[in-house]
Design a protein around this ligand. Structure first.
Ligand code: ADP
Ligand code: ZN
Length: 735
């Protein structure tokens, strides 16, 4: 009867086909099938080496999505399974989710989780020594010291033992020769010591303590939740989330802290160490390969408990992640715009939701998206309205540049110059902020009007006078600053238009020849050099710092009491609906560098639009009015987060192809639904590296399924040809 045949089926079930899908780290749309050789144990998530064409590549055994027909005879075998923890089910679900959401090939997303080429094999054991029971023939004083330490039978490294005993290596080697030690193999030491949640007693002030208690009670749990810590600069947001981290560590879970400029914020690591007794592991693109591999592996094994990293750290294979902090959650650096276009803040929330743990978003100027989410009750909000220890926020004033014009050829108003002078007299520091590298953003010929443009991009060449070059900030093209105009041949009639930080430095040096002036921009060198410069500023080794947005983030400059914004309007002109939000965030952050240690501080914002809502919100300190207005506008236009947006950039090596392809793509869009397609129009950067770019914007209501719409459009649209490239960007930064 039925039940026996069912039973029979169960016991006689054939061995499952030993064929597994493997994601290869490439832009392939699906996983490839491989045969598992007899005796090889693999499971979904196993990291394997596979033959691909004539190469060997690393891939991940994936979950069977069914229905991938395979020709048994063509199957090639897996070559090797690496001896490392497989990617967890949650991690695989997360990677699948990111691929589906961003419309990226899953292999490319998986590749982000495998960015540590040699980390998949275990780290080699290191050679060590252990007391063998044999005593030496002659017992000198130094030999005795070594024996005293090692006689309990514990293992040592050769140099560790010599060091601990305070003797030279030759003493240890001499004992080894006499058979006093036997060789043992030890696991490599952990990269960083485990942070101790109770290393110091919590030292939070009243309002901070309440905030930390609330978070610990309501959020630190094996349950998904999002908390937004919104507090003014210097209110102690970091101190508060440190307590959330401590609690997570006490619960035995790992923690990820995302920071937008981790490579530059050495003082963050030190603060962490002061609180937890050891530093977190760092993760960013500047790490040496060896270190990167260790961090990857030890995150997977659980030896590393806390990682502080850039956005790509979100793809590390944590063994048991229990909390993600996204500091400066509004920061545009969280958006990756290369291959897989994603926002690490948003994807952090997804990772937490899939695995069931809390996320904490932190900002003095939250994104409009997070504000709306907290207003609508999806996120809890913790507010810290005052600076720690009664330090006041800087007093902000607008300088109306229509009335307080700088002297001819200058960019600093007399008011700002006077303020810098006074700050110098008090032996305090000033920061002059201009978000423009180089000397001048545009060079033109006074005789014929020729403007120097990049040959491959639609951007002007920026003069870098320190280097004697004009450079393209899009593609890196550079040439020596010419002496004659290439158009009309006239010598010595080229003029620099507008200021960059180098030009401001020149003006400052003219006015304050005795002050120590320092330009801080990415042009002065790599991360190591920049870290040193930041430390020097913190120690008071410069009087006037002229900086780009590099100086805006996270740094503590105790002596800084004046911030001058050279051109507060700079970001407002580009017509982007997010321009006001970005300007508000950036200027709040920069002015927030001043007065962090309680000295009276000032901010002066040079503007031609003193009535602009951004300027008014800043000087009145009225964040609420600003957000209300901004949120209202987004709602009226059904712009994110009230509606959904994607952009499609079509690029080609000639204009006609790019535009034509974009038009055909638009015609392929499904019609009749609530989603609409705008364009094509020239993309904001119409030409980059010789490629012409056209943009379509896809706009729909909040609940619409943008991804299915886009997929249908791309499938029905014209096939991509060799020189043509189509890039989808879900939730684009600018629109
Ligand atoms: P935020 O992250 O909001 O900008 P921080 O946590 O960096 O604020 O705090 C600002 C400054 O105040 C830091 O130098 C920090 O060390 C100090 N601080 C904040 N809270 C405390 C506290 N409870 N005890 C001692 N120092 C504190
Ligand atoms: Zn260029």
């Amino acid at each position: 009867d039925d039940s026996t045949s069912l039973f029979a089926n169960l016991i006689e079930a054939p061995e499952p086909a030993r064929v597994v899908p493997v994601l290869v780290p490439m832009p392939a749309p699906v996983a490839y099938s491989y045969r598992v050789p007899d005796g090889m144990a693999v499971e979904p998530g196993s990291i394997v080496q596979i033959p691909l064409g004539s190469r060997k590549v690393v891939g991940v055994v994936w979950d069977d999505q069914g229905g991938n027909p395979v020709d048994e005879k063509k199957l090639r075998p897996l070559e090797k399974v690496f001896d490392c923890p497989p990617l967890s089910r949650e991690m695989r679900m997360f990677l699948d989710w990111v691929a589906a959401y961003t419309l990226s090939p899953p292999g490319l997303v998986a590749r982000m989780a495998l960015r540590a080429p040699a980390a998949f094999d275990p780290e080699p054991m290191i050679e060590g020594l252990r007391f063998s029971g044999q005593t030496p023939e002659k017992l000198t004083a130094s030999r005795k010291k070594v024996l005293d330490l090692s006689q309990d039978g514990l293992s040592w490294t050769r140099s560790g033992l010599a060091h601990a005993a305070g003797v030279s290596l030759s003493v240890v080697d001499g004992l080894s020769k006499q058979g006093v030690f036997e060789t043992v193999f030890l696991p490599p030491p952990p990269l960083v010591a485990a942070p101790d949640p109770d290393y110091i007693a919590s030292r939070l002030a009243g309002e901070q303590q309440e905030a930390a208690d609330t978070i610990i009670e309501t959020a630190i749990d094996d349950r998904f939740s999002v908390t937004l810590i919104d507090g003014v600069t210097g209110s102690g947001k970091t101190e508060v989330y440190f307590e959330a981290i401590a609690e997570t560590l006490r619960r035995g879970k790992q923690v990820l802290i995302l920071l937008p400029e981790i490579a530059l914020t050495a003082d963050f690591l030190e603060r962490f160490q002061d609180r937890f007794g050891s530093k977190p592991a760092e993760w960013h693109s500047e790490l040496a390969t060896k270190t990167r591999e260790k961090v990857w592996r030890q995150t997977a094994t659980g030896d590393v408990r806390v990682v502080a990293g850039a956005r790509s750290a979100l793809f590390l294979p944590f063994e048991d992640l229990g909390l993600i902090i996204v500091d400066e959650e509004h920061d545009p650096a969280y958006k990756q715009e290369d291959r897989v276009f994603y926002n690490a803040r948003d994807m952090a929330v997804v990772r937490a939701r899939i695995a069931g743990f809390p996320v904490i978003l932190v900002s003095a100027t939250p994104s409009v998206e997070s504000q709306v989410n907290s207003q609508q009750g999806r996120y809890s909000r913790i507010h810290l309205p005052t600076r720690f220890a009664d330090a006041a926020l800087p007093d902000l004033h607008l300088v109306d540049m229509r009335r307080h014009a700088p002297e001819r050829g200058g960019f600093l108003s007399p008011i700002l110059l006077r303020a810098v002078g006074k700050t110098l007299e008090k032996k305090e520091q000033s920061l002059l902020f201009l978000n423009r590298r180089g000397y001048a953003p545009l060079t033109l010929c006074r005789v014929c009007g020729h403007r120097f443009q990049c040959p491959q991009c639609s951007s002007w060449l920026v003069e870098h006078r320190f280097r004697g070059q004009i450079q393209c900030h899009q593609c890196g093209y550079a040439e020596r600053t010419p002496e004659a105009c290439p158009e009309c041949g006239t010598f010595d009639h080229l003029v620099a238009c507008g200021p960059g930080v180098e030009r401001i430095a020149e003006e400052v040096e003219r006015h304050f020849p005795d002050a120590r002036t320092l330009v801080l921009s990415s042009d002065i060198g790599g991360v190591k050099r920049l870290r040193l410069e930041f430390e020097a500023v913190a120690k008071g080794e410069a009087d006037i710092v002229i900086g780009t947005q590099l100086v805006a983030k996270g740094h503590n400059f105790p002596l800084m009491t004046l911030v001058g914004i050279i051109d507060a309007d700079i970001g407002l002109a580009n017509g982007d609906p997010r321009a006001a939000e970005r300007t508000y965030q950036l200027l709040s952050q920069v002015t927030g560098r001043a007065g962090r240690t309680g000295r009276k501080s000032h901010g002066l914002l040079q503007t031609f639009q003193p009535q602009h809502p951004v300027m008014q919100a800043l000087v009145l300190g009225d964040a609420e009015a600003f957000y209300d207005r901004e949120i209202g506008e987004r709602e009226r236009g059904q712009l994110p987060p009230f509606g959904r947006l994607a952009s499609i950039i079509v690029s080609a090596d000639n204009r006609i192809d790019a535009e034509g392809h974009a038009r055909q793509l638009r015609q392929a869009a499904p019609v009749g639904g609530s989603i609409s397609v705008l364009g094509p129009a020239e993309a904001p950067l119409a030409l980059i590296r010789g490629r012409y770019r056209f943009r379509l914007l896809v706009h729909g209501p909040r609940q619409s399924d943008l991804q299915s719409f886009l997929k249908a459009m791309l499938e029905r649209g014209p096939k991509e040809r060799r020189s043509l490239h189509v890039q989808v960007d879900i939730d684009p930064q600018s629109f």
